[in-house]
Design a protein around this ligand. Structure first.
Ligand code: F0G
Length: 487
């Protein structure tokens, strides 16, 4: 494959901007509704961006999950899909891709990432167990707790600092890992979980050096390592850019190294391979057998796992493309551009720039909004109103209440603006930066939110909220005055 990383393309005039390394051959029309209609849409959606209809959205930066642009080869592959309940050739091609890219022989398909979390949690976690990890992901934690496990985040001191120049904020603190095992006993630690490009703390990677240290501890106690590889491509890209030992390594080799340090690798294909579905893989037949029959029970037969054969074909190609630095560099380089521009304007944004999206620190942005009034949710709603851009709250609304029903304030309160791979152009990115800058200048106009309907599980998806005052109207009045119009 021809390698053509963005960082090696230079402008003669010194401009430092990312270049799109693909051409656009299929497009989707966008809509930008006037600001009053945007307010009506977010009101209808209970001030929750998950509840918006895409017809009401201009730039959809909710997530990269299932929204990365597919390649021509992925779409072409869907035509040769082999429809069969059992033994489909599509599955065998995908299985081969997993073996080649992740270096794991035994492969189980599942319908998406959280399905893998369900299977792994049911297979390995029992009541009273503790699962140490760099940081939780929402669905991961929900499944682990459902099975009686306790999630223990053993991140390093830097992990939660918004502004930092530590390159691997996703690392595990080895002393804390030793302490957890000493406290709970190795028989109550079914596995150690490492999440590539740690999602909820701003897409921050871990290093291979850290993985090796974790593995040493794990081996000493006979504990297995489970790697959440949903964002492994970007983590591998950061290892190449930031870890001296790997600066000349290929992404393919880095992926294999990361997986070789893990016993079970699972992934959301909605992210890692720009399609749908997910998978679990391992080189241990014993571990595979502990999970296999749960796949039949919850997902479907072991050669489709709840996916369509077309998705499986596209997943196989997508996995190979994850080893291509040209593909994998796109999202991080556009994120880095946006982060740098916002940072230069004094806007509090997670640094270093990570994977998945640009993460704005809502508590720094809206210091006057108490955390109990969900600043990240309020900022997401405000940005939507003034731009039609849909981001995602990653803060207290995305957390769960404690046993006594009290809100648990999140460690960090982030507005995530996702950059799905190869979807947005540089001028669209500049529009995003501009609207966030405008909002920052007018930040005192933004107020808080409170719940009007609150689901007991994963409340951020379907919960409904309302503003604590009429701040959206005031924000709109200023918007119209400044822009002299409604768009
Ligand atoms: N693990 C990580 C690290 C994830 O980011 C996600 C999903 C999952 C597991 C679950 O996978 O959605 O296929 O069931 N993250 C999406 C996001 C939803 O927007 O960050 P899934």
């Amino acid at each position: 494959m021809i390698q053509n990383p963005t960082s090696e393309i230079k402008f003669s005039n010194g401009l430092n901007i990312p270049v799109e390394l693909h051409k656009v051959r299929m497009v989707q029309k966008l809509f930008l509704k006037p600001v009053d209609e945007r307010l009506a849409a977010i009101e209808k959606g209970g001030f929750n961006t998950f509840q918006l209809n895409t017809l009401d959205i201009f730039l959809d930066m909710l997530t990269d999950s299932g929204t990365n642009a597919m390649s021509d080869n992925q779409i072409a592959s869907m035509l040769r899909a082999d429809d069969a309940y059992a033994g489909s050739q599509s599955f065998y091609r995908m299985e081969q891709a997993v073996r080649d890219v992740f270096g794991k022989h035994w492969v189980l398909p599942v319908h998406q990432g959280r399905a893998a979390e369900n299977i792994i949690s049911q297979a390995f976690i029992k009541k009273g167990d503790a699962i140490p990890m760099n940081y939780h992901f929402t669905t991961t934690k929900a499944h682990m707790e459902l099975n009686g496990g306790e999630v223990l985040e053993i991140y390093t001191e830097e992990a939660l600092k918004i502004k930092s120049d530590v390159l691997f904020k996703g690392n595990i603190d080895i002393n804390k890992l030793n302490d957890v095992i000493a406290k709970y006993g190795k028989e109550h630690v079914p596995f150690i979980r490492l999440e590539a490009s740690t999602n909820l703390i701003g897409g921050q990677p871990f290093s291979i050096q850290n993985m090796r240290e974790v593995k040493k501890v794990a081996d000493k106690h006979g504990i297995i390592i489970v790697l959440d590889a949903s964002l492994i491509g970007e983590n591998a890209y950061f290892i190449k850019k930031r870890e001296e030992e790997f600066k000349n390594a290929s992404i393919a080799d880095i992926l294999l190294t990361m997986c070789s340090l893990s016993d079970i690798v699972y992934f959301s294909s909605r992210k890692v391979s720009s399609t749908r579905g997910g998978g679990i893989c391992t080189n241990s037949e014993e571990l595979f057998m502990k999970m296999r029959d749960l796949v039949v029970l919850f997902e479907g037969f072991t050669t489709y796992g709840g996916m369509s054969v077309r998705e499986i074909e596209a997943m196989a190609i997508g996995l190979y493309e994850t080893t291509d630095e040209t593909v994998i560099s796109q999202s991080p380089s556009f994120i880095e551009y946006a982060v740098n521009e916002l940072d230069k304007s004094g806007i509090p944004v997670v640094t270093p720039a990570g994977a998945l999206g640009c993460h704005i620190d809502a508590m720094g942005f809206l210091p006057h909004v108490p955390q109990a009034e969900y600043p990240a949710g309020a900022l997401a709603a405000a940005l939507y109103i003034v731009s039609g851009i849909r981001g995602m709250e990653r803060g207290t609304i995305s957390s769960v209440r404690d046993d006594k029903g009290n809100d648990v304030l999140a460690d960090v309160e982030l507005l995530r603006l996702a950059f799905p791979r190869r979807v947005f152009t540089l001028s669209q990115t500049m529009f995003v930066v501009d609207r966030v800058q405008w909002l920052f200048k007018n930040r005192e106009l933004i107020g808080g939110l409170k719940f009007t309907e609150e689901p007991a599980v994963l409340r951020f998806f379907n919960g409904r909220l309302t503003p604590t005052s009429n701040w959206p109207e005031k924000l709109i009045a200023k918007f119209k005055a400044d822009f002299g119009g409604s768009l």
